[in-house]
Design a protein around this ligand. Structure first.
Ligand SMILES: C[S@@+](CC[C@H](N)C(=O)[O-])C[C@H]1O[C@@H](n2cnc3c(N)ncnc32)[C@H](O)[C@@H]1O
Length: 394
C-alpha cells in the first residue's frame, strides 16, 4: 500500500477530477498533449493500450475515443474506480474493447504486452519505485511506447512553498492520526488562502478542493519533491537502457545529431537528452518564464530546492504545531538561497514571488489565510509541475 492509496482510501476520495463543462476544450487539450508526445490519435487505432492509474477516468474518456483494439484500465482506489466506470457509462464509452480492473499494477492478472502503456501522475511520489517501474516497463512491447510523468524539487518548488504555508495554517487542526474530519477541516481552512492563487493560473482545470487534497494534504505530494522524486533525469536513467527518448511536454529537449550518426544503443542515444535537461533545470521553476542564463545555475538551484523539500517532508505534525521562529529561520535560509539564484539568472517573476513569500515572515510573524490569499507577486507563481515523457522500447 503506497501513500496515494493510503491517503485516498482513508479519506474515501479521488481528488483528480477535471472540469468537463467544455468538452471540446478538454478533448483538445488531451489530444494536443499526446500529439506533442509523438502520439497522434491515429497511432492508437487498432492497437492494444494499457492505462495504469487512470484515477476517476476524466482523461481516459478521451483516450477511449481513439478506437483502440483493446483499452485496459487498471485503477486500485475504489472511489476513483467507481467514478471512472460511471463516467464511461455516462459518455457511452463502454464496449467489448474496454476492460476495467480494480487492482494495483502488481496484482493485474493480464500477462500480455501492449503497444502503448500510459501511467500519468503516479510515479513521482510513489515509494518502492524500482519494482513498479520494472513491472510497468515489462508491459511495453518491443517498438511500443511508454508515457510517464516526471517532477522534481525545482518544478514543484512553488507548490512546496504553498505546502509550507498550509502546514503552518493547519498545524493546530491536523489530527496526528490523519482522520477524515481533520483533513476535511483542513480543506476548509486552506480554501480562502489558496483559491485566489488558483484563480490566477490560466489553464487551471481542476476544482480547488481537489487541488488542495492532492497538492497540499496528500503526503505523496511532499515526497515527490524529496525522497520519492522521479525527475526527467531519473526517468532517463531508469528506463535508459531499454527505451529511447521519444517526446516530451513541454517540448524543451534539443539534440542536433545528424540522423546518420545517431547512436544505436539507447543509453548513448539518450545522453544528449539527459544533458539537455540538466542544463535547463532552472527553467522549470516558474511556468511563465525562461532564463537566458547558460545553465550554470541549474545544479545549485536544484540542490537548494531539494534541501527545502526534504526538511518539509521529514517534519512530523507535532513538530509543525510546536514550530519555533528559529526553525522557521533555518527553513527560510534555503528559500533565500533559491531567491539569490533567481536574481542571478534573471528569473524576475520568481524573484519577486519569493521575495513576497519571505516578507510574510518579517518580524517573526506567521501569516494567516487572508494575508496569503491577498499576495500579489506570489499568487500566479506556479512551477512547471509535472513533465510528460514518451519513450520507445528498443
Ligand atoms: C494522482 S492520481 C493520478 C490520476 C490520473 N492518472 C491523473 O493524472 O489525473 C494517482 C493514481 O494512481 C493510483 N495508484 C496508486 N498506486 C497504484 C498502483 N500500484 N497501481 C495502479 N494505480 C495506482 C491511485 O489510486 C490514483 O488514482
Amino acid at each position: 500500500m503506497n501513500e496515494f492509496l493510503q491517503f485516498y482510501g482513508a479519506n474515501q476520495i479521488s481528488p483528480v477530477s477535471q472540469n468537463l463543462d467544455d468538452l471540446e476544450l478538454h478533448f483538445g487539450r488531451r489530444i494536443g498533449l499526446y500529439r506533442t508526445l509523438g502520439l497522434a490519435a491515429s497511432l492508437f487505432e487498432g492497437r492494444d493500450i494499457l492505462e495504469v492509474a487512470p484515477g476517476s477516468g476524466h482523461n481516459s474518456i478521451v483516450t477511449a475515443t481513439f478506437k483502440a483494439r483493446c483499452y485496459d484500465l487498471v485503477e486500485p482506489n475504489p472511489t476513483g474506480f467507481e467514478r471512472m466506470v460511471g463516467l464511461f457509462k455516462e459518455y457511452k464509452l463502454c464496449s467489448d474493447s474496454v476492460r476495467f480492473f480494480n487492482t494495483r499494477l502488481d496484482n493485474f492478472p493480464e500477462k500480455k504486452t501492449y503497444d502503448i502503456v500510459i501511467c500519468e501522475g503516479l510515479i513521482p511520489g510513489l515509494g518502492d519505485q524500482g519494482v513498479f517501474l520494472r513491472q510497468l516497463a515489462g508491459k511495453v512491447r518491443k517498438g511500443g511506447i511508454l508515457v510517464v510523468t516526471c517532477a522534481d524539487a525545482v518544478s514543484v518548488f512553488f507548490e512546496s512553498l504553498r505546502r509550507y504555508l498550509a502546514r503552518l495554517l493547519v498545524h493546530r487542526l491536523v489530527d496526528a492520526s490523519g482522520t477524515r474530519d481533520g483533513d476535511l477541516q483542513a480543506v476548509r481552512v486552506l480554501l480562502p488562502a489558496f483559491q485566489p492563487h488558483l484563480n490566477a493560473l490560466s489553464g487551471m482545470s481542476r476544482p480547488a478542493e481537489d487541488w488542495i487534497w492532492d497538492n497540499l494534504l496528500n503526503p505523496a505530494a511532499a515526497s515527490l519533491a524529496a525522497s520519492h522524486e522521479f525527475s526527467v533525469e531519473r526517468c532517463l536513467n531508469v528506463f535508459g537502457e531499454e527505451f529511447y527518448f521519444y517526446g516530451s511536454s513541454p517540448v524543451f529537449m534539443s539534440n542536433w545529431s545528424w540522423y546518420k550518426n545517431l547512436p544505436l544503443d539507447p543509453r548513448d542515444y539518450n545522453k544528449a537528452f539527459a544533458d539537455s535537461f540538466a542544463s535547463q533545470r532552472h527553467n522549470f521553476l516558474h511556468h511563465d518564464e525562461l532564463s537566458l542564463s547558460d545553465g550554470a545555475a541549474s545544479e545549485p538551484l536544484y540542490r537548494f530546492c531539494r534541501a527545502f523539500s526534504l526538511e518539509l517532508e521529514q517534519r512530523i505534525p507535532e513538530n509543525w504545531a510546536a514550530i519555533t521562529s528559529g526553525t522557521i529561520g533555518k527553513d527560510l535560509a534555503h528559500v533565500r538561497s533559491v531567491h539569490t539564484i533567481t536574481r542571478q539568472c534573471g528569473l524576475r517573476q520568481s524573484e519577486a514571488a519569493i521575495a513576497e513569500f519571505l516578507a510574510l515572515f518579517d518580524g517573526g510573524r506567521i501569516p494567516d489565510a487572508q494575508t496569503i490569499g491577498e499576495m500579489t507577486a506570489f499568487r500566479g507563481a506556479f512551477g512547471r509541475g509535472q513533465q510528460y515523457l514518451s519513450l520507445v522500447r528498443a
